[in-house]
Design a protein around this ligand. Sequence first.
Ligand code: ADP
Ligand code: MG
Length: 219
Amino acid sequence: MIETRGLRHTYPGAEPLPFDDVAVPQGGSLLLRGASGSGKSTWLALAAGLLTPQAGDMVVAGQAVAALRAGERDRWRARCIGFLPQKLFLSEALSVADNLALVYFASGQAVDRVAIARALDALGLGALAARKPAQLSGGQAQRVALARALLLRPQVLLVDEPTASLDDAACAAALDLLQQGAEQTGATLVIATHDARVVQRLPNTRTLVLRAATSETLA
Ligand code: ADP
Ligand code: MG
């Protein structure tokens, strides 16, 4: 679940970014929409505890994120949050399987090779486990990042612009995989997007539309 109240973030020297309140039940979905620069990636970073808001509260997976100290926050994120960023941040030096193994180090758990193999198989990536990221197509790399995000069965799956560089067929396939992955793990799914195709394909999904702050709306 995710609940926000009076949430606002301000980057140094910039206009504040205010966010309307939202409540998403556990296992529910949310589309974060808005033009480029409206604050979608910022909202996701707040939900993941990568940024601390200047005002307001955000409860994610039952936890008031801002109340966690830095070290606790990293562990909480590793255990409770699956994050599929727009830039995938796969380590080029490591195999696909070892990229997933890093998740266990971040969460302070012993590496579970069986779970890694299962997570890769679930996304049709079993044959690619020994490859390096440079040897993957863009779609394959995105699926590896999704497998990594789902590995510890997170309570919340945060996804940033998953379809930006995909053609229509790949866009549909990616959305199906995200929904299946969230369903199978019971995760709350948040997709940040400015892609109209996503809205068309998920017409009944709860939506938060972000508007870039202007001096006028702040007056
Ligand atoms: P979106 O994901 O909707 O495109 P962002 O959350 O990336 O929007 O950015 C919202 C606003 O905050 C933009 O004006 C952007 O330039 C600004 N911004 C984003 N990250 C930073 C940062 N690290 N420092 C300062 N300003 C930032
Ligand atoms: Mg963004």
